[in-house]
Design a protein around this ligand. Structure first.
Ligand SMILES: [Fe+2]
Length: 355
């Protein structure tokens, strides 16, 4: 299989991984032949890249970092906590379910932590908050593991990040989804999601106070100027500093109704450029060791004119993966060639395009 942008998927191509909506229900199963009708519906729902079967990549495994089952359970818990707070106007969180979900994510990550790849899932427009909370948790836990955290520290981090935006239940949807720029009054409302989230978590005594600080401090900036308190450097809670990197990276790589998603390599550049400004440099250093610049499956063009897809990552060299090329320019190759960019240093990736 390989990743292909929906605008380049040919009719009759076969789906290699199921497409699920945010409730975990399968919209289209693996093995479905994509006809024009399916393609246009998926496009309307905002799914713009798909894993399609390709014989030339039959020997390559593209494993997600956490299992579909774990991811689905995580969506469900974020959704149910959010709904119960919104509907009952209360503060009660099912802490045991949150804890078990985070433990499952940690266990899945223990098997794939070094893989550096496929952190996010493929998503449409709907229910961004739930996807975002889960993706941000996965990335934050990868960073925590990179820091050598103990299991209990990882749990505090993961539980806090999974609930980091729970305070958005106090902000009206019109403001959260507003496409035009916000007035200062509206922005002040949005800022309150940090303090409200902190209060919600603190009222649930089985949560660690450190988890509550993730909700409170994930919008603080290393050089100051963040919110709610404008803290600086190590005055910002360590878990908040980790959550800040994970939160921004996932937000940038997510597609929203009012803007396109950045490619992972662009978001990676942004995080790198903000080391010592928005983000703690030590955490950015861990990020660049553990997050793939070009996730496995990504379509790329090389400086020698060949085109293909990333098939493997090189540990410690996040920007020089192994690429299997299947085209030279526009011409399909009779036989594909694998370029290990860690070994062929004179070749580089010049363009990212899932064709
Ligand atoms: Fe937030």
């Amino acid at each position: 299989m390989r990743l292909v942008n929906i605008k380049y998927v040919e009719e009759g191509s076969v789906l290699a991984r199921p497409i699920r909506n945010s409730s975990g229900n399968v919209l289209l199963g693996e093995g479905v032949a994509l006809n024009r009708n399916y393609l246009s519906k998926l496009g309307l729902l905002g799914y713009d890249i798909l894993f399609v079967k390709d014989e030339r990549f039959a020997d390559i495994e593209f494993n997600p970092v956490i299992s579909d089952k774990t991811r689905e359970a995580a969506y469900n818990i974020v959704r149910s906590v959010t709904t119960s707070i919104e509907e009952n106007d209360g503060f009660q969180i099912d802490v045991d379910s949150v804890k078990n979900t985070v433990l499952n994510i940690i266990n899945d990550l223990l098997f794939s932590f070094d893989v550096l790849s496929n952190l996010s899932d493929i998503m449409g427009y709907d229910e961004y908050t739930f996807h975002h909370s889960v993706n941000t948790t996965v990335l934050a836990l990868v960073l925590g593991m990179g820091k050598g955290f103990t299991q209990s520290r990882l749990l505090e981090l993961g539980m806090g990040v999974l609930m980091h935006d729970i305070g958005k239940t106090s902000v009206c949807k019109e403001i959260l989804n507003k496409k035009s720029s916000l007035s200062s009054e509206e922005f002040n409302k949005i800022k309150q999601h940090t303090t409200f989230g902190y209060e919600v978590i603190r009222r649930n005594r089985d949560f660690s106070v450190n988890s509550a600080h993730v909700a409170l401090q994930h919008h603080e900036k290393w050089m100051g100027g963040g919110y709610p308190r404008g803290l600086k450097g190590k005055d910002i809670h360590e878990l908040g500093r980790i959550a800040a990197v994970a939160d921004v990276y996932d937000a940038l790589t997510s597609k929203r109704p009012y803007r396109e998603a950045m490619e992972p390599y662009q978001a990676y550049e942004f995080v790198y450029s903000q080391s010592g400004y928005h983000f703690d440099p030590d955490i950015v250093n861990i990020f660049i060791k553990h997050v793939a610049v070009y996730p496995t499956g990504t379509g790329v063009e090389l400086s020698n004119g060949f085109r293909g897809n990333v098939i493997r990552q090189n540990k410690g060299l996040a920007d020089r993966p192994v690429v299997r090329v299947i085209y030279q320019g526009e011409e399909p190759l009779a036989e594909c060639i694998d370029f290990d960019l860690a070994k062929t240093l004179n070749i580089m990736i010049v363009k990212v395009e899932n064709r």
